[in-house]
Design a protein around this ligand. Structure first.
Ligand code: S3P
Length: 426
């Protein structure tokens, strides 16, 4: 599907509710399926990725009822059944990496498969630690499909070379059923901690100390949760309001977990007018309302410890940086090359077509601003939802229309993306 984006509006104004968080939606289904009893998950994400996770647990024999109002009821006996088919993670790295940690310790065998993009993504990062725990996983060159021979696992102490919530969560989910004491995982910098928060809330024996988490074999109690809005989805509206002159918008129900708010810290440093109007907590997760106004921005350096706190927002930060005065340097972000696309090459290539002054480096990019974006061209999405959404936002400020090829990738995380943008266009 080709999407035409034109500057056919004056500014962005109004109020929207940000749709549910993808990372928390995955975890709610996985953990509720492992708990004993009835869990109620309200405001479940309508993105394709969390649906892939949900379908996998249906195939593992869990009683899952999907109600009309985005509510999911899970009645689980804390026991999974052998699947009768391969388990399809679609485009979702989170599904594959987290669920592998659960399946590795079952009494049955299973196969995790994914689409063309997911089948190229690295799985060594989970296969290695799971194998140290006693898991048997066969895979072509450490990529999907993952053929998992269920085994009893034993606890390990693991120093992860990467700050990755998917790796951390995979090991914690394996450790939740492992014998032999505490499974301990340390990471170089703190990655998103939704797993730790939700497992603790559901009664797991889990302890956190700075960048180290330990877990012991535990039973989970069911959960009743309303999932907050996804700050990674909010990021596109924040960006658009900051770069479209005279914009002023309010975003409600935005998840404000500090391990995810790197984008707010960087934008404030760049001079953005962003206010947190109110703040509250749901099941241990911070949530709030944001007001964002058009701002004059300055370039900055984005590197080091903050990278895991904004890793998914780098494509849209690159778009913003084209409209900031001076140089923005993004480094220490080699991990971007392992996402749904190689987000260093894809972002730089496509933003260049629009007229941005942007150069690729080995572990990031350099953007010189402020540069007017011309448009009048066709851009590609590389099977990557975040690229599709970032290019749409760039299109809002291009002098001439742009055509985004295969825009439907947006449905992976955000099917109502365009509808919400339309509601803000004045
Ligand atoms: C996610 C973790 C991050 C992030 C991804 C979602 C999660 O990946 O990029 O979109 O829900 O745990 P990594 O763990 O590979 O950094």
């Amino acid at each position: 599907m080709i999407k035409k984006v034109t500057k056919d509006f004056k500014n962005l104004n109004g109020e929207i509710i940000i749709p549910p968080d993808k990372s928390i939606s995955h975890r709610a289904v996985i953990f509720a399926s492992l708990a004993n009893g009835k869990s109620i998950i309200k405001n479940f994400s309508d993105g394709q990725d969390p649906k892939s996770t949900l379908n996998i647990f249906k195939h593992l024999g869990v009683d899952i009822e999907i109600q009309k109002n985005a509510t999911i009821i899970i009645n689980s006996k804390a026991k999974l059944l052998p699947p009768t088919q391969n388990l399809d993670c679609g485009n979702s790295g989170t599904s594959m990496r987290l669920i592998a940690g659960v399946l590795a310790r079952q009494k049955f065998n299973s196969v995790l498969i994914g689409d063309q993009s997911l089948s190229k993504r690295p799985m060594k990062r989970i296969i290695e630690p799971l194998t140290l725990m006693g898991a048997h996983i066969e895979s072509p060159n450490y990529t999907a499909p993952l053929k998992i021979k269920g085994q009893k696992l034993h606890a390990i102490h693991y120093n992860s070379p990467k700050a990755s919530a998917q790796v951390k969560s995979c090991i914690l989910l394996a450790g939740l059923g492992a014998e032999g004491g505490k499974t301990i995982i340390s990471e170089p910098f703190l990655s998103r901690n939704h797993t730790e928060i939700m497992l603790k809330y559901m009664g797991a024996n889990i302890e956190v100390s700075e960048n180290t988490v330990s877990i012991e074999k535990s039973e989970l109690t069911p959960i009743d949760i309303e999932i907050c809005g996804d700050i990674s989805s909010a990021a596109y509206f924040i960006a658009a309001a900051l770069i479209v002159p005279k914009s002023n918008i309010i975003l409600k129900k935005v998840g404000l977990n500090p391990t995810r708010t790197g984008i707010l810290d960087i934008l404030k440093q760049m001079g953005a007018d962003i206010k947190i109007i109110d703040e509250y907590e749901i099941c241990g997760e911070k949530v709030g309302t944001l007001q964002i106004k058009y701002s004059q921005l300055n370039g900055c350096e984005i590197s080091g410890e903050i990278i895991p706190r904004l890793i998914d927002e780098i494509p849209i930060l690159a778009v913003i940086a084209t409209q900031a005065n001076g140089k923005t340097l993004i480094k220490d972000a080699l991990e971007l090359r392992n996402k749904e696309s190689d987000r260093i090459t894809s972002v730089v290539t496509e933003l260049k077509k629009l007229g941005a002054n942007i150069e690729e480096t080995q572990d990031g990019m350099i953007i010189e601003g402020k540069t007017p974006l011309m448009g009048d061209c066709e851009v590609k999405t590389y099977h990557d939802h975040r690229l599709a959404m970032s290019l749409y936002v760039a299109g809002l400020i291009c002098k001439k229309e742009i055509l985004i090829k295969n825009f439907q990738w947006v449905n992976i995380s955000f099917p109502t993306f365009e509808k919400l943008f339309e509601s803000l266009k004045k």
